[in-house]
Every structure is written in structure tokens, then in C-alpha cells.
Ligand binder design. Structure first.
Ligand code: NAP
Length: 320
């Protein structure tokens, strides 16, 4: 904190190599009028900066902040921060957990499952052509949706999908005790094949870690029921892109709905754009409320100032 008359003013840097972080400034000023915000090329005296809010921070920049107390992701994931080889790993690294983010993800995943299962894309075409044309209606009770990653967001989606009648299963690293009604859980490598064999739709909501990179590959697709639908709302690097194209070509997968990509924006000449079986959205499945980012950052900094543990600190050994 910087001394400013009698009061103290937090000094927070907004760091990103890919995003104009100016968009967060009004929320930080609303949460803390008078805050010392640093962003852009000129960060001013680096020894003032106590917290850094990050989305793909420039590699090496965090290591240059001598008084840094908090590294705060502006999102649920932290893969974009741990990719920095010079990350000061001894500083607490926190992620945002926001009920509003879970709400957005529930809506997106429910839409993605329903639009494919109910053939909504066909109605868009028939409506435009003025044709009264029914698609098969298969009861959701006969459609199995599997969610890989049964954490904050995966569990919320599992509950929502079970609530509209789908047969829902989830898979996580550790066993789950408390599950929403109608949701069945699998865990660990030993139960992965059993989980996959019952996924007419597979939703990826894993964090990106060394263990989950390339999770969505040919070997995994081969274990799904033939004609499955893949929804990737995790990270682009969960998916082996060439394996997806091959699985669609062979009919092992019928369709994919993708919200995250290894390269964002997805380049205009990328083969995914031209494949009618792939529905692309530009990483919009859900967003974190700006004020929540500001409030959680400032609350975490205050906790650290008091010598207390911040909220939603990431376990760097586990990787998420
Ligand atoms: P979270 O609460 O940390 O949950 C992660 C889940 O993945 C947990 O159930 C965890 O198992 C499981 N998991 C992790 N590593 C695993 C492994 N090796 N094998 C099996 N299961 C594993 O994360 P979250 O808040 O739900 O967010 C999940 C991810 O969603 C984020 O990391 C981010 O990549 C993505 N996301 C995308 C968007 C978007 O707009 N597309 C927005 C927000 C987030 P345990 O329960 O046993 O720990």
C-alpha cells in the first residue's frame, strides 16, 4: 500500500500481452476510488506494485515486481500465467470464482447440448427456406451427456443438464461425494474408459495442465459411442485438432461445438471454419464480471496484508 495522507492506496498492475486491459480500469476505480492503477507500456516505479491482475502477462514481467504480494488471474483458469517460465512461484496465485461465471457457462453448455440433440441447426435452415420440417425428437432421458471436469463450472453444468432431463455423468481427478440429483460420477484414469463409453455428448471443462493437454485426441474419441458430439469449453490445447478432423471424417464423431482454440482468434484459413460439422464460438462461453474481478483482487490483497490466506488460491503443484 502506498501512503497517501492518512489513508493507504493499493497499487495494482493490469498485465496482458494480448488484451487491452484498460477495459478493467473503471471497475477497479468503482471498487476503490483513488486506487493506484498501472497498465500499458509504462508501469511507473515497479516497487510500488502489490498485485498484478493477469491475462497472458508478458513473460518475465511478474518477476520484475519486487514487492508483488498477489498474482491474480482475471479468469477461472491460470494456464495463461503458469506458461511464464519466470513466474515467481512463491507468490500466491489466485483465480476468480464467480457465481455469474457459472451461470453463463450453464447457459452456454445447455444451449450447445440442446441445439445439437434437438437438431436446432436444421430448423435455422428450414425456417429460412420457409419449410415446415420436423426433426426427430429423442427424449433427453435417452441422451447421455458426460462432463470431463466436475469442478465449479462442470458441477453447475451437470446440475443444469440433469434439471432439463438429460442423463448426466461427470469425471474428475478425485472422487465426489455430494452430487446433484441425477448425476453419476467417475474419477481417475481407472474410470475414464467407463465414463467415455456412455457419453453421447462429451463436454470438456477441465483446466489446462500438463496432464490434460491433448486430452481430446484420437484414442479418446475411439472410446466414445459412435456419432458423439464434442463440446470443448475448456482450452484450445485440450484438443488435438487433426484428430478431431479425422474423427469427423470417419463418422466416429458427428459434430463439434468449440469455444476455445490453440490460436485465438482462430486464423481465417483454419480448416475448422469450412467444416459444417463444427460450430465455432469465439471464446464467449462465459465471462467474468469486471467488478467481481476488481473486488476479489482487492479483497485478496487485503487478506494478504493482514497475513491471511487469499481466496481461491491455486495449488501450483496440482496445476489448477
Ligand atoms: P475447477 O473448479 O478447478 O475444476 C476443475 C475440474 O477438473 C475438477 O473437477 C478437477 O478434479 C478436474 N480435473 C483437473 N485435472 C484433472 C485430471 N488430470 N483428470 C481428471 N480430472 C481433472 O475449474 P472450473 O472453475 O470449473 O474451470 C474449468 C476450466 O474451464 C478452466 O480451467 C478454464 O480452462 C475453462 N473455462 C472456460 C471458459 C470459456 O469461456 N470457455 C470460461 C471459464 C473457464 P477434482 O474435482 O478432483 O479436483
Amino acid at each position: 500500500m502506498q501512503r497517501n495522507g492518512d489513508s493507504t492506496t493499493p497499487c495494482v498492475a493490469l498485465l496482458s500481452e494480448v488484451l487491452d486491459m484498460q477495459y478493467l480500469a473503471p471497475a477497479f476505480r468503482e471498487a476503490c476510488p483513488g486506487i493506484d492503477l498501472r497498465l500499458g507500456a509504462e508501469l511507473g516505479p515497479l516497487e510500488d506494485i502489490e498485485a498484478a491482475v493477469c491475462w497472458f502477462p508478458p513473460h518475465g514481467q511478474l518477476a520484475q515486481l519486487p514487492k508483488l504480494k498477489l498474482v491474480q488471474s482475471l479468469a477461472a483458469g491460470i494456464d495463461h500465467i503458469v506458461a511464464d517460465p519466470q513466474l515467481p512461484r512463491e507468490r500466491p496465485l489466485c483465480r476468480i470464482v464467480d457465481p455469474g461465471m457459472a451461470t453463463g457457462m450453464k447457459a452456454y453448455v445447455s444451449w450447445a447440448v440442446v441445439q445439437r440433440h434437438r437438431g436446432m441447426n436444421a430448423y435455422v435452415a428450414s425456417s429460412a427456406a420457409g419449410r415446415w420440417e420436423e426433426q426427430d425428437v429423442v427424449s433427453p432421458r435417452r441422451h447421455r451427456v458426460g462432463i470431463a471436469g466436475l469442478g465449479t463450472l462442470g458441477m453447475a453444468c451437470a446440475e443444469a443438464l440433469a434439471g432439463i432431463g438429460y442423463q448426466v455423468r461427470g469425471w474428475s481427478r478425485s472422487a465426489k461425494e455430494a452430487l446433484p440429483p441425477g448425476v453419476v460420477a467417475f474419477h481417475g484414469a481407472g474410470q475414464l474408459d467407463a465414463f467415455l463409453s456412455g457419453c453421447d455428448t462429451l463436454v470438456c471443462l477441465l483446466p489446462l495442465t500438463p496432464q490434460t493437454q491433448g486430452f481430446l485426441d484420437a484414442a479418446l474419441f475411439a472410446k466414445l459411442p459412435r456419432g458423439a458430439h464434442l463440446i470443448n469449453v475448456g482450452r484450445g490445447d485440450h484438443l488435438v485438432e487433426a484428430d478431431l478432423l479425422a474423427a469427423l471424417e470417419s463418422g466416429q464423431l458427428a459434430a463439434a461445438t468449440l469455444d476455445a482454440f490453440s490460436q485465438e482468434p482462430l486464423p481465417p484459413d483454419h480448416p475448422f471454419w469450412a467444416d459444417p460439422r463444427i460450430l465455432i464460438t469465439p471464446h464467449i462461453a462465459t465471462r467474468t464480471d469486471r467488478l467481481v474481478i476488481a473486488q476479489q483482487t482487492l479483497a485478496n490483497l487485503a487478506l494478504l496484508q493482514k497475513g491471511e490466506r487469499p481466496q481461491h488460491q491455486v495449488d501450483l503443484e496440482r496445476g489448477y
